[in-house]
Design a protein around this ligand. Structure first.
Ligand code: ACO
Length: 186
């Protein structure tokens, strides 16, 4: 009899919840395969899940700005709202498989227009990487995945706003500075 251990992803990462056990925001195949291939085997990229409240989603987002905890029920109501508007909000997460916790997040919002032959524009929003793992190309992978989704959804351009400090990061991701942002805080 062979003494080789029999392994499966679930046995290898006992805490990790595979996609088929989750309620996801959109179909995981929407995420470009090439980005998946570039990730370390301990990492997994997937759409946001309804239970990601329990996987540090809000904690990771808090490196970006103030995040107040709405509680599980309100979090899931927001998830349900986003999922009720298909082909509009694509929020992705990178999961650390050994802990089943989120370490990077990002979204692309698809704006469906009347101009340019009913064209669409992808707006990249809310990119955040856990400070313990910044500088390991996870931000780059999130941007590559979101840009790929935007292109796959037929957007004629993908845009984002950022601070001066983050311009070099987005340039590394292939983005160029163009036009100006105007804002009115309410
Ligand atoms: N200045 C210069 N270069 C940078 C910077 C920076 N601030 N940040 C990253 N880079 C470079 C890296 O050195 C790397 O270059 P290389 O390919 O030559 O090695 C390349 O950009 C890719 O960097 P990553 O390792 O993928 O960056 P990281 O995983 O740390 O993610 C991010 C970058 C998202 C800015 C992260 O630091 C973060 O979460 N910061 C706090 C939150 C934040 O500012 N988010 C962006 C808000 S803008 C928006 O949401 C649209």
């Amino acid at each position: 009899m062979s003494s080789m251990p029999v392994s499966s992803p679930v046995q290898e990462y006992p805490k990790w919840t595979p996609d088929h056990e989750l309620e996801l925001l959109f179909h995981p195949d929407t995420i470009p395969v090439q980005v998946r291939r570039e990730l370390h085997p301990d990492l997994h990229i997937r759409p946001l899940a309804r239970t990601d409240y329990n996987r540090s989603h809000l904690s990771v987002l808090s490196v970006l700005t103030v995040v107040t905890d709405p509680g599980l029920a309100a979090y899931q109501a927001r998830f349900d709202l986003l999922r009720s508007q298909p082909k509009t909000n694509y929020t992705i997460v990178i999961i650390d498989k050994p802990t089943d916790q989120i370490i990077a997040v990002g979204s692309v919002f698809v704006e469906h227009k009347f101009l340019r032959g009913l064209g669409s524009v992808g707006h990249i929003e809310d990119i955040a990487v856990n400070p313990n793992v910044q500088g390991k190309k996870l931000g780059l992978r999130v941007i590559q995945a979101l840009t790929g989704i935007s292109e796959r959804e037929g957007c004629y351009k993908t845009i984002l706003n950022c601070s001066d400090k983050n311009i070099p990061f987005y340039e590394k991701c292939g983005y160029v500075k163009k036009e100006n942002e105007m804002a009115k805080t309410s």
